[in-house]
Design a protein around this ligand. Structure first.
Ligand code: IMP
Length: 433
């Protein structure tokens, strides 16, 4: 049993982290977001209500203490909209917002679109929420932080400087572009006033929380393969969207982080551009997409789908030190036969020993598959009944499928998920947190 738990996606995001963060958040005191911004969509279905959160941590519907830590980039308008929506649902807001998280401005969104277009075939297919340009400004050290936002006299000169630079850059792509900096300043000043009550130094807060023995859930956004350092660069996002982002993104030392849970889908999905070695472009893909509801939470884009790729997941398990896995969306594969799982890649007639992180190499590899017998379609009530009876009630074909995953990854399974609801969960190991 560990006091702290991290939940990461082991593929390209959308593995069902929201459902399990919500699950573990029930036992937690604090839920923390430490990377990304409103590019992340978390869908949580609880007590008949579907919450679609983008920047608020998944503990918000449970009225848990929620922290948006320094590793995040924050669009204040979107955050305030989510706060208002939760308030309308009579949810108490227990938010702590880091004074050193970076602020997304409207020109970041514009640049996101322009940069994407000019990247041509190297574009990542971003969510166009200004994430990359805001992290670029952070690294360039002229970005504005939440502290600046809540102190207008400090914000003004920094915003003017940043605007000057960004205008020159945007004008390279679009010479006629201009905007009224005064109205941006006034708008953001008012966001700062509204957010000020939530702003603290979250590194102190979180270290104190952990030292006092409280339970913390760290919630990664996106997935390991989209991570800037250990993903499919340049076809990913701009932060460490895995467990490696926690320390820098919160100020919590690595030794205090605790256990790591990695979530994988029973198949693979991806939004955006870039390599997808096990992608399916056929009727099976259509079927999985419909059955799995594979449409982006943030952008509504249909997601690309394909077979499970255990070769790149193995890499994620290694770099993140994953303790247990959770397999989600097993119900979404119903009625498909046979099923396949990729267990390795072949390159020039040789079976590779390690996953090649370079997209150019992945492109010329051939995935190697094992085939499995599928399982029949069931009604929602039948899936719920199976979940409530537990592992033994699963069809044999599912048991064979999940045991093969466990053996291939040499990692124990904590939970299986056969539907979006909290109740549609099969518990195999409940002692992790
Ligand atoms: P950005 O994070 O908007 O810059 O987009 C970079 C890449 O990450 C694109 O391929 C996006 O589709 C992908 N991406 C960003 N956020 C998510 C997410 O929450 N789920 C899945 N993919 C995402």
């Amino acid at each position: 049993m560990s006091n702290n738990l991290t939940i990461i996606g082991l593929s390209w995001g959308d593995e069902g982290k929201g459902k399990f963060t919500d699950y573990f958040a029930q036992r937690a005191d604090v839920v923390v977001r430490y990377n990304g911004g409103n590019n992340a969509g978390h869908t949580i279905k609880a007590n008949g209500i579907k919450y679609k959160l983008k920047i608020m941590p998944s503990g918000a519907p449970l009225e848990k203490e929620c922290v948006i830590a320094n590793g995040c980039v924050v669009d204040p308008k979107i955050l305030l909209e989510e706060i208002d929506t939760l308030k309308k649902l009579h949810k108490k807001i227990n938010l702590k917002l880091s004074s050193t998280a970076h602020v997304i401005f409207p020109f970041h969104n514009i640049l996101d679109g322009l940069e994407e277009t000019s990247k041509g075939r190297f574009s990542a297919g971003t969510t166009k929420r200004g994430i990359g340009p805001t992290y670029s400004d952070k690294a360039a050290r002229w970005g504005l932080r939440i502290f600046d936002l809540i102190n207008p006299e400090i914000m003004r000169p920094k915003l003017e400087q940043l605007y000057k630079i960004k205008k020159q850059l945007i004008n390279i792509f679009d010479p006629s572009w201009d905007t009224d900096i005064n109205s941006i300043f006034e708008e953001y000043k008012s966001y700062g006033e509204r957010l000020k009550p939530y702003v603290i130094d979250t590194a102190y807060y979180l270290n104190n929380v952990i030292d006092s023995g409280k339970k913390v859930v760290f919630e990664a956004a996106q997935g390991n393969l989209l991570g800037i350092d250990h993903g499919y660069y340049p076809f990913g996002t701009s932060s460490n969207s895995n467990a490696l982002g926690i320390s820098a993104g919160t100020g919590i030392p690595p030794k205090k982080i605790g256990r790591i849970i990695g979530i994988i889908k029973a198949y693979t999905s991806r939004v955006g551009e870039g390599n997808f070695p096990t992608e399916l472009i056929n009727e099976t893909a259509e079927q999985i997409r419909e059955q799995g509801g594979e449409y982006g939470t943030v952008t509504g884009r249909p997601r690309r789908v394909g077979w499970l790729d255990l070769f790149n997941i193995e890499y994620g398990i290694m770099v993140n030190g994953v303790d247990r896995i959770i397999i989600t969306l097993l119900d979404a594969l119903e009625g498909i036969n046979p099923l396949k799982i990729c267990t390795g890649y072949e390159l020039n007639g040789k079976v590779l020993k390690s996953w090649p992180i370079q997209p150019e190499i992945v492109d010329i590899c051939t995935p190697l598959y094992k085939s499995f017998q599928g399982w029949e379609a069931r009604t929602r009530e039948e899936w719920l009944e199976i979940a409530q009876k537990g592992y033994d009630a699963l069809p044999e074909t599912i048991k064979i499928y999940v045991q093969a995953i466990k053996e291939e990854l040499q990692t124990d399974i904590a939970f299986l998920s056969v539907g979006p609801d909290r109740k549609e969960t099969i518990v195999l190991d409940n002692n992790i947190f």
